[in-house]
Design a protein around this ligand. Sequence first.
Ligand code: NAI
Ligand code: MG
Length: 361
Amino acid sequence: MTTIAVLPGDGIGPEVTDAALPIIAAAGLDWTLEFGDVGWSCWQTEGNPVPERTWDLIDRTDGCLLAAITSKPLREAEAELPVELRGTGVRFVSPVIQLRQRLGLYANLRPVTDYRADTFAFEVVRENTEGLYAGFDYHGLDGELWDLVSNHPNAAASGPADTSVSLRLQTRVGIDRLLRFAFERAVVGGHSLVTLADKPNVLRQSSNFLRGRLETIAADYPDIDFEIANVDAVALWMVKSPGRFGVVVAENMFGDILSDLGAGVMGGLGLASSANIGDGGCYFEPVHGSAPGMAGAGRANPMAMILTIAQLAEHLGEDTAASRIRTAVSNVIRAGTTVTYDLGGSASTSIAAKAIIEELS
Ligand code: NAI
Ligand code: MG
């Protein structure tokens, strides 16, 4: 039996979840759903956006669907804590970050598909744990870090107190598992090309190291072509000729930017799904956030959540159900009569979801 943890979260999360979940049974997926609490409302009531009972739920289920959470800056977070917890040092850490770190989810996978006209279908794989976001980020330098940069004319003119440095961490362990994941995606998804988006002509040492690892790992996949391209060129091509890509893989920051660009290329946040996968677990979520300004209005596009369910189904080996869901979404988009505002229509969240479920049946 397959059991899925469902975490509706905040803002539009609960309404897109409500509208999307019936697609599971309609697609013939025999999943048992168990609901859990996560997000800002947990922070406001318990001072912990991922309560222990939710971790227990995630640990004992086969997959996790997270709809959306709200995060707010430090001052608001402190002000919205229960009175008795204020000033006690409890810190808000985004549930998304907590899940990625605690479960070791190193790969963020985002399909970028043209549901309107079928002219492209590629996937962006972003590294989640190292690179420029590894946390080696310093302002006000001294010691060896200052020695390292003090000869740069701008640093010399600004002085150590007015200079900052961020290090791009790349390790063999981190790179190898990411690249292997990208090639495995290419095999599973039937893609013939893996593109590593990097900056080899500027970041000469680290990119050369990455290139060596790419060549080594690629040797295990002789049927799949690979290339290294400058990240800025990849951004241009994603807009101009998205059909040339199969799997695009990148370190944390480059991948962060390219994956949001991918969401834009496919028609916006209302269609973008994602997975976070590691050796110790996984969770699946629409790319969009909680859209507080729209919450409760029944206007949010449920397709991102429905496509996230398809992505989870595929991960669990339910390829037929996944492709039936995607085809139903595609048909409803093409018909254009029951789509939400972001796709040019006026349908509500539930009407749009019901249209997809009917199409599937
Ligand atoms: P957002 O994704 O919530 O909204 C951005 C824009 O996209 C808004 O104009 C919204 O109306 C539109 N939009 C989002 N989802 C849509 C949907 N399903 N259908 C139609 N339109 C949609 O990002 P924003 O406004 O930057 O953040 C709002 C809150 O969400 C913040 O607290 C932020 O921290 C959180 N957030 C959470 C994420 C997550 O759960 N992984 C990801 C991004 C933001
Ligand atoms: Mg992002």
